[in-house]
Ligand binder design. Structure first.
Ligand code: NAP
Length: 274
């Protein structure tokens, strides 16, 4: 990659971003296609992230991914936004800023890839968590299943996420045993099991024999949640697929090119030492 005065700059912004895999993924695709662009990680610590994001356009930025804690600020900063939280920004030729959210669709792409035809057997989905990722996944799953159950440590947040879905219901965190037994698809979308975070004793033995489970945490690649699912003989989907597919959709929004997701997976697995 040769950086010149004409090289277009893309970034992931959030706090922290130092361990993000997005630069490796996007720079790999940029090289695959011989594009004059570079993708970097920019930590954003600001009392006014909306103003900081708007100002980035003045430096000629063309696009960005947005991660915790700035997804809502990103949507607010944009002249046009797909929803209330954005993980992709694109500066348009006229200088205006558009905001998109590819998290939910990226999760579905990963599920379609890892468990083709899952929609035929999944009627009830259980989403664990009520943060930004859980909300996006709940919204993406909602039209594809009969019912979405949301369980979260903080009950009120589960109720808010469930209320925004036409077929949503909030469950009690204390009743996960029962909820695990009723779901056809269980999506782990909390930070539990992530490197440096707490673990949880998931009631995997209560799952239906044919249940499909997915964890969106990808550090470590095989979380305790996935290990328990594998031990139970369930089809288990890791979090790398969502990362790659939400990124592929972002890349396509910026460059109009659908990048090679299999190549990205091989590169990221090597980086994770898997
Ligand atoms: P977030 O908005 O900060 O939400 C965190 C969630 O985790 C909340 O539901 C929170 O519950 C729950 N939680 C945290 N500590 C907990 C504990 N000790 N016990 C029970 N629940 C706990 O984060 P997010 O953006 O939604 O991301 C969630 C996870 O998904 C992160 O690990 C992130 O890296 C991962 N992620 C992966 C992808 C991907 O592409 N694979 C994309 C986005 C996010 P409370 O509401 O009770 O605090």
């Amino acid at each position: 990659m040769r950086i010149t005065g004409a090289t277009k700059v893309f970034a992931v912004i959030g706090d922290p971003v130092g361990h993000s895999l997005s630069p490796l993924m996007h720079n790999g695709w940029i090289e695959d296609h011989g594009l004059d662009a570079v993708y970097v990680a920019l930590p954003l610590r600001s009392a006014d992230p909306v103003a900081a994001i708007r100002a980035m356009g003045q430096f000629g930025m063309k696009g960005a991914n947005v991660t915790v804690p700035h997804k809502e600020a990103a949507a607010k900063a944009a002249g046009w936004a797909e929803g209330e939280a954005a993980n992709v920004l694109r500066w348009e030729a006229d200088g205006s800023l558009s905001a998109f959210n590819t998290d939910g669709a990226g999760f579905l792409d990963a599920l379609d890839e890892a468990a083709p035809g899952w929609g035929r057997s999944v009627k009830t989905a259980l989403v664990l968590g009520a943060g930004g990722a859980a909300r996006a996944i709940g919204q993406a799953l909602s039209p594809r299943v009969d019912a979405v159950c949301v369980a979260n440590r903080t009950q009120g947040r589960a109720e808010n996420v469930a209320a925004a879905l036409g077929n949503g219901r909030a469950a009690r965190w204390q009743e996960l045993d029962r909820e695990f037994g009723e779901a056809d698809l269980i999506v782990q979308a909390t930070t539990l099991g992530m490197q440096g975070q707490a673990n949880h004793d998931w009631p995997m033995s209560r799952c239906k024999g044919g249940a499909l489970v997915a964890d969106i945490v990808y550090r470590p690649l095989e979380t305790e949640f996935l290990r328990a699912a594998h031990a139970r003989g369930l089809v288990a989907v890791d979090g790398l697929g969502m990362l790659i597919h939400q990124g592929a959709r972002a890349f396509e929004l910026w460059f109009g090119i659908a990048p090679d997701t299999a190549k990205a997976r091989a590169r990221l697995l090597a980086a994770l030492g898997a």
